[in-house]
Write a protein that binds this ligand. Structure first.
Ligand code: MLT
Length: 264
């Protein structure tokens, strides 16, 4: 395990722990629409900034890898004495959740994987990472998020979520974003691990997700032993921010089945 500073995190509510892992290039503030609802429904909600995002520094002298993010999540859980939890990851957060599961973070009660994939980068996506790397190094994170927004959000998504994505994404450091681009590009294909994931899983996808489209998420769900897929109408890749009510309903319904916690 890489030694690094404890990741900046929030810990809200009481009940079974639910760990929210953010997407690229955002930070834990993206989960603001989920935290109040989940804690009111009887769950302890943990969220953290992955290294290089938000208020968590990158470890020095460390090569880009998803394991750096996994170590940070594990570090927060160890610090808080959390012994078992459900992992919820959106896109990059999903890559991290799957990697934690395949590394044997034990025990995971359940997985929620939103707008994400198990496979590694295709050659075209790998090439795109380098284009984005030179964009962020040359012109900064605001330029990158402006380029990304039309792909991240559905055309019909309102100004509130749109400006939230711009402001969180544009505030990230070029170093953290560059590290993430390389970590995602070089991540392993997690597909071979799926059949062995013996925990219940909920997959969520936005109807208009242009990055991890519903058809791909359906195949992903089919490859898991115990998964159901919920497609949220009218939203894109950032479904938790674009359609928070539908996202929270699906999540709380699933968690309540896993834990038997009554809905308030
Ligand atoms: C994300 O939303 O985290 C990104 O789309 C992940 C990626 O670029 O692979």
């Amino acid at each position: 395990m890489t030694t690094h500073a404890l990741a900046a995190h929030d810990d809200r509510g009481d009940g079974p722990p639910v760990v929210l892992i953010h997407s690229f290039p955002l930070d834990r503030r993206m989960w603001e629409p989920q935290i109040g609802s989940l804690s009111a429904a009887g769950f302890r909600v943990l969220s953290m900034d992955l290294p290089g995002f938000g208020a968590t520094p990158l470890p020095s002298h460390t090569d880009p890898s998803l394991d750096v993010y996994c170590d940070a999540v594990q570090g927060v859980l160890d610090h808080l004495g959390v012994k078992r939890c459900t992992l919820v990851g959106l896109s990059l957060g999903g890559y991290v959740a799957l990697r934690l599961a395949s590394r044997g973070l034990d025990p995971i009660d359940a997985l929620v994987l939103a707008d994400t994939r198990a496979g590694g980068d295709s050659p075209a996506v790998r090439a795109g990472r380098l284009v984005n790397l030179s964009l962020v190094r040359g012109r900064g994170t605001v330029a990158l998020i402006e380029k990304m927004v039309p792909h991240l959000l559905a055309a019909s998504t309102g100004e509130g979520a749109r400006s939230r994505v711009r402001s969180i994404g544009g505030a990230q450091s070029p170093e953290g974003v560059s590290f993430a681009l390389l970590a995602m590009r070089d991540r392993e294909d997690a597909t071979p691990t799926l059949a062995g994931l013996g925990v219940p899983a909920l997959l969520i996808v936005g109807e208009h997700d242009a990055i991890t489209p519903p058809a791909e998420m359906r195949a992903f769900a089919d490859a898991l032993p115990d998964a159901r897929l919920v497609e949220l109408p009218g939203c894109g890749h950032l479904s938790s921010m674009e359609a928070p009510d539908g996202f929270n309903d699906a999540l709380i319904e699933f968690l309540s089945r896993v834990y038997g916690v009554p809905r308030h």
